[in-house]
Design a protein around this ligand. Sequence first.
Ligand SMILES: [Zn+2]
Ligand SMILES: [Zn+2]
Length: 107
Amino acid sequence: MKNKEVKVKCFKCGNKYLTSQMRYDPTNPKNIVCMSCLDRKSQPSKKQKQEKKPENIRYYCVKCNFKFLRKKSQKITSCPYCGKQGTLTTKTDANSLLKTAGQEFKP
Ligand SMILES: [Zn+2]
Ligand SMILES: [Zn+2]
């Protein structure tokens, strides 16, 4: 009696492989893909590299109106100008801040 091996069709490339060579698609577990399709997927994409660019956050002190930029990784709790704590806000609406951009401190 011949051992009949079950082959599964890859969702991505459409080729049929043995079940031992197939894996569930991690991003969509309903689909089954072959190992070679998974390998292609796991390689780092250019998009992920672009996200590594350091990002500055604009802080604004509501107490003394001091505005400054800091790297996103840095955590600031007190104002470097007046030294008060809890007065800093990371306003995202740039319009009100841009009016007095001349005072802005850039590292
Ligand atoms: Zn495939
Ligand atoms: Zn301040």
